[in-house]
Design a protein around this ligand. Structure first.
Ligand code: AGP
Length: 370
């Protein structure tokens, strides 16, 4: 059995370690030789259609939804098209406002999630072009979508999605850069800078993976708690949501992800002596604000762990109990690294509690009922 797990104790750990390869495979053939242009020959979406897009709706469930939250940040920053995120089981019941100039992006690892498939059909019925980001080429969603961008993560067996999520982030970045070139929202030099940074991600993920012993120790500490919080601002908030889902799913520890600035509107009441708070602090532009939110929870007795870049460690260490460092990358790309720390955290917390990591209770890998 360990043979099919490539020597790892669980599929989840194997899949976490496969991320550098998944990033490379998902980028391969999609960047030109000069490294300043994204090429997506598989797209049916025409240049004309891309120029005319007025809004984008990203629809998905669970972790794929969380990838869409990062996707929104990427697309709005790179292309300046307004993006909405929708949970697939909600989408068609809210009578979404869709026009022929709406691009609907559905995201699904399996390509078989019933609600996501229904959302795809809802979009098409309203005249939208539907682009699917999926890991399974022959899936129902891939077959019915107007366009498919595949993630080349390889088969994902563990119920907790890891490499599919990060590969979805890679596809969103490529798609954003592709549209940015057509719509003239990023210069060739800017595109080249982002592509170069993307190509360093696989090695940088290895650096995060190398911290696993320390992450394991921290996870063992966390596993003794019943409640904890993840906080962050901007794209860090999106990653916090994925970290919280991952932890709940396999460790059964209750957690909530909060936009750091929203804490004092209610949630701060739950912070008391010893409550762990995981603070995502990778975004330079809001770092000071995040630090002041960290101080708010610290003042109420929270035990704070921060995920940040090396250059901010000394600053942060004045107000936190522990820091995990992610390698330096562009602010837009930090989720592809910071989430790996959170995946390992969830994995080791589940392991410490003796749960069935790959097959958590009550959950199925692919949800084919509505
Ligand atoms: C992820 O860890 C979960 N198991 C779950 O949220 C999953 O992402 C969701 O069910 C969507 O699945 P899909 O990507 O196959 O559509």
């Amino acid at each position: 059995v360990t043979a099919e797990k490539g020597g790892y104790e669980h599929f989840m750990l194997k899949e976490i370690h496969e991320q550098p390869k998944a990033y490379r495979d998902t980028m391969r053939g999609r960047i030109n030789a000069e490294g300043n242009k994204v090429i997506l020959p598989e797209l049916n979406l025409t240049v004309e259609q891309i120029k005319n897009i007025r809004n984008i709706q990203i629809v998905a469930c669970g972790t794929a939804y969380n990838a869409g939250l990062v996707g929104r940040n990427l697309i709005e920053s790179l292309v300046r098209i307004p993006v909405e995120n929708d949970i697939a089981s909600e989408y068609r019941y809210r009578s979404p406002i869709v026009t022929p100039e709406t691009l609907v992006i559905v995201v699904s690892q399996s390509g078989e999630t019933a609600d996501t498939l229904a959302a795809l059909r809802e979009g098409q019925a309203n005249g939208a072009h539907v682009l699917a980001i999926t890991n399974v080429v022959g899936s129902s969603i891939a077959r019915e979508a107007n366009d498919v961008l595949v993630t080349l993560a390889g088969p994902e067996i563990a119920v907790a999605s890891t490499k599919a999520y990060t590969s979805q982030l890679i596809v969103f970045t490529l798609l954003g850069l592709y549209m940015a070139e057509i719509r003239g929202t990023q210069s060739e030099a800017q595109v080249a800078e982002i592509l170069a940074a993307m190509q360093s991600l696989p090695e940088q993920v290895e650096e995060v993976l190398a911290q696993k012993d320390d992450i394991k120790k921290y996870a063992e500490q966390i596993s003794k708690h019943e409640h904890l919080f993840f906080i962050g601002r901007g794209v860090d908030y999106a990653v916090a949501q994925e970290g919280s889902l991952k932890l709940k799913e396999i460790s059964y520890i209750h957690s909530e992800a909060y936009a750091a600035g929203e804490l004092k509107h209610g949630t701060l009441a739950l912070i008391q002596e010893g409550v762990p708070v995981i603070a995502m602090a990778t975004q330079e532009s809001v770092l000071e604000k995040t630090v002041s939110n960290i101080k708010e929870v610290k003042a109420r007795g929270a035990d704070v762990m921060a995920i940040t870049h090396q250059e901010h460690v000394t600053d942060l260490l004045r107000s936190v109990d522990q820091v995990f460092v992610i390698p330096k990358t562009l602010p837009l790309l930090t989720p592809a690294l910071s989430v790996v720390t959170l995946q390992l955290l969830a994995y080791y917390a589940s392991l410490a509690l003796g749960h069935d990591v790959d097959k958590p209770r009550n959950l199925a890998k692919s949800v084919t009922v509505e």
